[in-house]
Design a binder for this molecule. Structure first.
Ligand SMILES: Cc1cc2nc3c(=O)[nH]c(=O)nc-3n(C[C@H](O)[C@H](O)[C@H](O)COP(=O)(O)O)c2cc1C
Length: 206
């Protein structure tokens, strides 16, 4: 009898549909437990996971659905060291498995408002950095969900940071770096910061 139950238990574990599953964390768990990771093992991040991060970025909302984001993904560690290895806190880049440079196109082709028959012309897209911020946060959350670590490092409007990198990457004039995200296998496990503060909330009026 004992053997019979053992056999049933073993087959349940081996059958694909019945194998024990690790529950994916809920969206809220991911949001609440995400924290900046600045130390990585140096291992590469598989291309498939990088594409998942980029899909998450491109799933973000954008004003007028303009999707102004453009991404430069650096996976070559020598190239990362050459481009980002110079500063005092450059370890987070040189230890990363990849670096995602989130850029935004600051102009878009649009017809003038109220003139549906007029030709579209190139206009400023004043919401590009909000759109790219939403994409950046989605990438950070997706990294957390995949068990990766990541940190948002500042791009726009810190010109002294973005100008040399934009030049080295050969970005067109109307494409600006919003953030630079090192991503990798975490080599640290800091506790998420508790930022809940009811004093920041004003219900119904200030
Ligand atoms: C716009 C922006 C710029 C940031 N720039 C940097 C940066 O240049 N370097 C860095 O180490 N972290 C940077 N951070 C990460 C913040 O320091 C971090 O999010 C903050 O301390 C809160 O910690 P948490 O992400 O662990 O919740 C930036 C975050 C944002 C949103």
């Amino acid at each position: 009898m004992k053997r019979f139950f053992l056999l049933i238990a073993l087959s349940a574990m081996l059958l694909p549909g019945c194998a024990p599953r690790t529950e994916a964390p809920s969206a809220l768990d991911v949001i609440m437990s995400r924290t900046s990771i600045r130390h990585f093992t140096g291992e590469a991040v598989p291309r498939e996971q990088l594409e998942t991060l980029l899909k998450a970025g491109m799933a973000a909302p954008t004003a007028m659905n303009s999707q102004p984001w453009r991404f430069v993904v650096l996976t070559d560690r020598d190239k990362i060291a050459e481009l980002l290895g110079g500063g005092p806190r450059s370890g987070m880049f040189t230890e990363a498995g990849a670096v995602i440079v989130v850029c935004g196109q600051t102009t878009m082709m649009r017809k003038p408002f109220g003139q549906p028959d007029a030709p579209a012309t190139e206009q400023p897209n004043i919401f590009w950095y909000e759109d790219c911020s939403a994409a950046t946060e989605n990438i950070l959350l997706a990294a957390k969900a995949l068990g990766l670590g990541a940190v948002w490092t500042a791009g726009y409007p810190a010109q002294e940071r973005i100008a040399p990198l934009a030049a080295a990457l050969g970005l067109p004039d109307n494409v600006v770096i919003l953030s630079v995200i090192p991503v990798g296998i975490p080599a640290e496990d800091p506790a998420p910061k508790d930022k809940w503060n009811p004093d920041n909330i004003h219900w119904d009026c200030w």
